[in-house]
Design a protein around this ligand. Structure first.
Ligand code: C5P
Length: 404
């Protein structure tokens, strides 16, 4: 998509750099239109480097290409972040004394604004009236959040985080085919404690599960995300009003969290990498060399959480399993997947090939999605968000219509 990111003069402009990065990483073509004032906070070289397009504030540059209206006309979406009180007033009045103003007047694309200002300015009747006018014209508004503001104040007025603005932008174009559907997703990797400082773990970052949560929420679902040891920056992509995050550390904790959330769900997705075994005994004190000898850790099998969920599933509930495999070839992948799908009793099994340099911790993924026995698996590859979209397409086709 062609996206114009208009940046107006607020300190939150520094966060918009990250927003532009997210949009570009998702494959969009982004042109940044800052105001003169915005350039006092973040300069032209940064915007040009990050968007890979020339940046100007003036309607007198590139006149031959009628740039003052061309950007707005060509845009599929215009995002204003941060949208200051002044720029909101300007948009409401339809002023067009710079490239920001002309671009917004010339566009017929959806407009999404992320207000950022002091709490008093946000609450002022003038701003309230302007926001209502813009809303009435169909402008989409994300935030502002309640939090710390420049100068040590706090209150409503803080610009939403880039991930949230990104999600709001995605949501404008996502199909709403999961409206009213409740989903529970486990993501990340469990850690089985050995002693207070050590654990048995795995390399799952939780990115694919977080992408599944973000995509489901964008398509209208109410999501509970059970997060097992996912870092804050990965989890940031799950910031969405329809996503509730519950944390779980070990397989036992994950099982309890799933047992709590799953009965209410229409769809359960077990994307978490669950340890098959845990140490029999957890030492209260750190094991040290002085403990003597090379310690051996005796293991006991963890419950198969997804199998338990299948056994107690609510009527019509769709259950999706994941499997990370290191097959020799395609045929082995298919054979193993079909056996696992049967053994676990899941409706869909999403299989990704993993290896030392594949699958884990990366932004991209490639999967086979196994559904009906008689049907060949669907294949999806791309960003983890794109893979998530393919998984939800498969779920959508499986979910009976009375659940939607
Ligand atoms: O057998 P495997 O571990 O490959 O199966 C993976 C699938 O089973 C995933 O959906 C994972 O979340 C789930 N699983 C589970 N409980 C376990 C182990 C795996 O629910 N103890």
């Amino acid at each position: 998509m062609n996206i114009v990111v208009a940046v107006t003069g607020g300190i939150a402009a520094y966060k918009t750099v990250h927003l532009v990065r997210l949009l570009i990483k998702a494959g969009h073509d982004v042109t940044v239109v800052p105001t003169e004032d915005a350039l006092r906070f973040v300069g032209t070289p940064t915007w040009e480097a990050i968007s890979r397009h020339p940046v100007t504030t003036s309607v007198h540059d590139d006149v031959a290409k009628v740039r003052h209206v061309a950007l707005g006309q060509a845009a599929d979406l215009v995002i204003v972040a941060p949208a200051t009180a002044n720029s909101i007033a300007k948009m409401t009045a339809g002023l067009a004394d710079d490239l920001f103003g002309t671009t917004l007047l010339a566009t017929e694309a959806p407009v999404l604004i992320a207000p950022a200002m002091h709490a008093e300015m946000w609450r002022h009747p003038a701003t309230r009236a302007n926001i209502e006018t813009l809303r009435g014209r169909g402008v989409h508004i994300v935030g502002p959040a309640d939090g710390e503001l420049a100068g040590g104040d706090s209150g409503p007025g803080r610009m939403s985080e880039p991930e949230e603005i990104f999600a709001a932008a995605q949501a404008l174009f996502a199909p709403r085919d999961f409206d009213g559907v409740r989903v529970v997703i486990s993501a990340g990797g469990t850690r089985e404690p050995i002693d207070p400082v050590r654990f048995l773990g795995n390399r799952s970052s939780g990115r694919q599960g977080v992408a599944l949560a973000a995509e489901a929420a964008a398509r209208g679902a109410a999501v509970v995300l059970i997060a097992a040891n996912i870092s804050g920056d990965v989890l940031a992509a799950a910031q969405h009003p329809s996503i509730r995050v519950v944390t779980a550390g070990s397989a036992d904790e994950l099982q309890a969290a799933m047992a709590d959330a799953a009965p209410e769900a229409d769809v359960v997705v077990m994307a978490a990498a669950v340890a098959d075994y845990r140490p029999v005994a957890v030492s209260d004190r750190k094991l040290t060399k002085e403990t003597g000898g090379i310690p051996s850790i005796e293991l006991v099998e963890n419950a198969d959480i997804v199998a338990g969920l299948v056994a107690s599933r609510a009527p019509g509930q769709v259950i999706v399993g994941f499997a990370a495999e290191t097959p020799e070839d395609e045929q082995e992948l298919i054979d193993r997947a079909r056996r696992k799908q049967q053994r676990k009793g899941v409706d869909l099994l999403v299989v990704n090939e993993v290896g030392w340099d594949r699958g884990f911790e990366s932004a991209d993924n490639a999967v086979h999605i196994f559904g009906d026995e008689g049907m060949p698996p669907a294949i999806a590859a791309g960003s983890k968000r794109e893979v998530a979209a393919a998984v939800w397409d498969a779920v959508r086709a499986t979910l009976s219509s009375d659940r939607i």
